[in-house]
Design a protein around this ligand. Sequence first.
Ligand SMILES: Cc1cc2nc3c(=O)[nH]c(=O)nc-3n(C[C@H](O)[C@H](O)[C@H](O)COP(=O)(O)O)c2cc1C
Length: 392
Amino acid sequence: MNFRLLGNRVNPLFSNTFVLAPHVVSFKPVNNCDMNASFFDKHSIRLIQAPMAGSQNHRLAAAVFLAGGLGSIPAAMLTTEQLQTELSAFEDAIASLTDIPLQWGGCLPVNVNFFCHTPPTEQLEKEAAWRQQLTPLYQAHGIDPQSVGSGPGRAPFSEESLKLMGQFKPAVVSFHFGLPKAEWVQQLKSWGIQIWSSATTVQEAQWLEQEGVDAVIAQGLEAGGHRGMFLSEDLSTQMGCLALLPQICKAVKLPVIAAGGISTAAAVSAAKALGANAVQVGTAFLTSHEATTSALHRQALMSDAAKHTALTNLFSGRPARGIVNKFMRDFGPLNPEAPAFPLATSAVAPLRAAAEAKGQSDYSPLWSGQNASDCQALPAADIAHKLLQGWT
Ligand SMILES: Cc1cc2nc3c(=O)[nH]c(=O)nc-3n(C[C@H](O)[C@H](O)[C@H](O)COP(=O)(O)O)c2cc1C
C-alpha cells in the first residue's frame, strides 16, 4: 500500500470517515494505456458513474473519480468544441493529483461516452405530420407552429470525436446503440483506450464480444434514459438486470458491468454476487450536488411521481425511461407517429421551454430509472461512498 498516494486522495470534507479511493489502494505502476483485461482489478474500479447526457458534466465525473469510482463525460449532446472544454476542465479538476499520470499510464482517468446511431434519412413528411398533431399544444402555449424547427438533437461519434479522443486519450470510451465503424474502434484501441458498450440482450453482448470490445455494460430494463438496444427494436426482448446480468456473464468471457436500478450498497452486492465486475449507476447521482439536473427534474425525482416511470419515444424517437408526465400520458408513452431518433427532439423543444418557463415539467424528459427512491440531495462523493460499501 502506498500511503503517499493514499494521502493525495483523501477528501478533506470527509477525512474522519471512509474516504480512501479504493482504486489507489491497489496501485501498481503501468507503462502505457494498455490496461485491457485487468482494468477493473488493476484500478480497483467497481463503481462507474453512468454517463447522463443533459444532466451532468465534468464536475460530477471528477467528484466520483475522487471518491473512488470512475466518472463519465457524456458527449451525445455536445459539439466537439464543447467536449474539448469539458475534457480540459476535467483535467484541471484532477490536476492536483500528482500520481495520476503514473498510475493511469498517461491516460485521462475518465470514461467518455458517445451515441453511435446511424442518422436517419430525412423524414420531412413524418416530422410535419407530427408537428401537425402537436399544433393544438403549440397554440395553447402561444407558440407559432411555423417557427418549430426540425433536425437532430444528438450527434453520433464522428471523425472529429475520434481526433479529440486521440488528443486526450481517456482511459475508456463507451458507446450506446452498438459501435461505430470498425476502423474507428481499432484506432481507439491502438491508443490503449478501453472500449465498452451497452448490451440489452445476450445476443448484443455476444455481438459486442465478437467486435472486440473490452467490457460489456449489461443494461437492465430498469435503467433510466435511453435503452441501448441495437440489434432489435422489439421491446419484448428487454429484461431486468437480475435476469440479464447472469445470462450475459455466462455467455461472454468479457468483464461485465451491471446497470439498471442499482441505487444502494445492497444492490451493488447483489450485482457482484451475480458475476458483475463493476456497477454503473445513473439515477442515484441525478440529485447529487454536482449534477446539472434541472430543479424541476430534481423535484420530480424526489416526489411520488418518480414511482411511475415508463419507456417513451416521444422526446427523441427512441425508447427511453422517464417519469410519466402529461405529454407521455396524452400522446404515448410510445407513439409510432413520433419521428425517428433523434428527430423527435425538435418538435417538443419549444413546448418544453414554454412549460418550464411556467415552472411545469409537462413536456420535459424526466429521465429516471425504476428506482429513484434512494435519490438524495448529497455530494456525489457521499453517494459513491455508500454504494462502494456494497462491494467489500
Ligand atoms: C438522465 C439520464 C441520461 C442518460 N444518458 C445516457 C447517455 O448519454 N449515454 C449512455 O450511454 N447512457 C445514458 N443513460 C443510461 C445510463 O448509462 C445507465 O444505463 C442507467 O442510468 C443505469 O440505470 P439507473 O439509472 O437505474 O442507475 C442515461 C441515464 C439517465 C438517467
